[in-house]
Design a protein around this ligand. Structure first.
Ligand code: NAP
Length: 465
């Protein structure tokens, strides 16, 4: 790498502020929008992404039967058109570029890498074949290239989904969709075939606390009552005495009461919502055969109702278990991490060093900043807060201009042999996927292997000369 120019105070606003945004999900795009929307300061944003494709969980997390939620990608496309924006896909921080490289090459770095793993249950049998994390399953049916070889075998009559969040409902619903419901979506063909061929009849969603404490949102709960191929079942006894706090919990309870009053209509599958039970072990010889559940009661501790196990246990035969108990951030080398929260240690987005003082020029946004909560739009406010602090640091002289250029970044990546996918490479992938989808009445048919993605991106790069 060429020697770094000596940092100089930012005396002129004519030299653009150069920012690396690491991660291209909603938080990354909203951070880029806030940076590129500053009227006074010229800014250049390099969005660095380990995949050849942008949009994070909007492409690879949002359920394929929720196309409306995915339309937020149009806003991301407009952000990518702004002058000063570059997408550097297939570039992994920690492999192709170190944090130290970013600090040398950019005036500021914003980490928006999301929460890349799942929380575990820490119970025996959790790693048996047939016991999966929701993150793996979601990544698989959405075509994430790292998860296409996970050997999902849906040859089971009963699946148990642990957790009461929106991801648990996504998993339960996806398992319950009919081939006709899956056909117009961008679910991968392999997942459509596996779900359609599965003999699943019973999908049990298990909450450790009560119906009033469930964290799923009401429209998502209501959807379970509208499935073409599955009835929804709730035990009215488990709704008794529930004291909902807040509008969402009240609506959920009304919906659950309506579900509990329904008679089964004879649809091939049933989605069953159970409350006040926690898994204590997953049993099986070569694969999942049953799950052991313990009945809970609620107890108030430090102002929060927590689940406390009773002596009442049951064993439920099942061939599949999906744990959906929340995502968790993964530490990045060289970046201070708060283990308890699973986030980068930060104050409103300013990354804090070991001594608790802000680490100059290093910021974070989104789930890696606040934890895995909120909806897509929550990241707009979150990323804007981070960028406002970043710009305040610029204006108050805390971020001296480093005087580096985009060409230096390109030279370093070329030197390291990285097959960078630029935005034009992504639009080539996008076009190919949409064209394949059009013929079939689907939004797109995703390319799901690294080779196919990189080849599609490079085809255009070659055509463009
Ligand atoms: P979440 O909303 O935090 O739900 C996690 C669930 O796991 C909670 O019900 C929690 O119960 C339970 N849990 C945690 N530890 C457990 C344990 N050891 N045993 C049993 N249960 C346990 O997380 P999420 O579902 O992963 O969703 C992440 C975020 O993405 C949320 O903000 C969600 O709303 C959002 N999202 C939105 C959509 C949408 O808008 N359609 C779709 C997907 C995701 P306790 O409450 O008892 O801790």
């Amino acid at each position: 790498m060429p020697a770094a120019a000596a940092p100089a105070a930012r005396t002129s606003l004519s030299a653009p502020l150069r920012v690396a945004v690491v991660g291209s999900g909603p938080a990354g795009f909203y951070a880029a929008a806030a940076l590129l929307g500053d009227d006074e300061l010229p800014v250049e944003v390099d969005m660095i992404e380990r995949l050849p494709t942008p949009w994070g969980l909007v492409r690879l997390g949002v359920a394929p039967d929720h196309p409306k939620l995915k339309t937020v990608s149009r806003a991301f496309e407009r952000i990518a058109e702004r002058p000063g924006f570059r997408f550097l896909g297939n570039v992994e921080v920690g492999r192709d570029l170190a944090h130290e490289d970013l600090v040398e090459l950019y005036d500021a770095v914003v980490y928006a890498v999301g929460a890349q793993t799942d929380r575990r249950l820490e119970i025996p049998g959790e790693d048996l074949p047939g016991s999966w994390s929701a993150t793996e399953f979601v990544a698989w049916y959405n075509g994430h290239p790292d998860f296409q070889d996970v050997p999902f075998d849906l040859d089971a009559e009963r699946a148990v989904v642990i957790g009461n969040g929106n991801v648990a409902l996504d998993v339960a619903r996806m398992l319950a969709l009919t081939p006709e419901e899956l056909a117009p979506t961008d679910t991968t063909d392999r997942a459509i075939d596996a779900i359609s061929a599965s003999p699943l009849r019973d999908i049990v969603v298990v909450g450790r606390r009560g119906p009033a404490q469930a964290s799923f949102t009401n429209p998502e709960l209501q959807e379970l009552g509208e499935l073409a191929g599955a009835d929804v079942a709730v035990d009215p006894n488990e709704l008794e005495g529930a004291e909902p706090e807040g509008t969402n919990a009240e609506r959920n309870l009304n919906t659950l009461r309506e579900f509990a009053a329904r008679e089964p209509s004879g649809k091939p599958k049933t989605v069953r919502l159970r409350f006040f039970v926690s898994p204590t072990a997953i049993h099986g010889t070569d694969r999942v055969e049953a799950i052991e559940l313990v009945r809970n009661r609620l107890e108030e501790r430090d102002g929060r109702l927590v689940a406390v196990a009773t002596d009442e246990r049951e064993t439920l035969e099942c061939g599949l278990v999906f744990r959906s108990v929340g995502y968790r951030g993964v530490p990045l080398p060289g970046i201070p991490f708060d283990e308890a929260r699973g986030t980068i240690r930060n104050d409103r987005g300013r990354v804090l060093g070991e001594e608790g003082a802000p680490a100059a020029g290093v910021y974070c946004a989104g789930w890696i900043k606040r934890g895995p909560t909120g909806i897509i739009g929550t990241n707009k406010k979150d990323a804007t807060e981070t960028v406002e602090l970043l710009l305040e640091d610029v204006r108050e002289g805390r971020l001296p201009a480093k005087g580096r250029s985009a060409a230096e970044v390109d030279a370093l990546l070329a030197d390291r042999g990285v097959r960078v996918v630029l935005y034009t490479g992504w639009t080539a992938i996008d076009e190919r996927e949409r064209t394949a989808g059009e013929k079939l009445g689907r939004p797109r048919v995703k390319l799901v292997s690294w080779d196919d993605l990189l080849e599609a991106a490079e085809d255009v790069a070659a055509a463009a000369g």
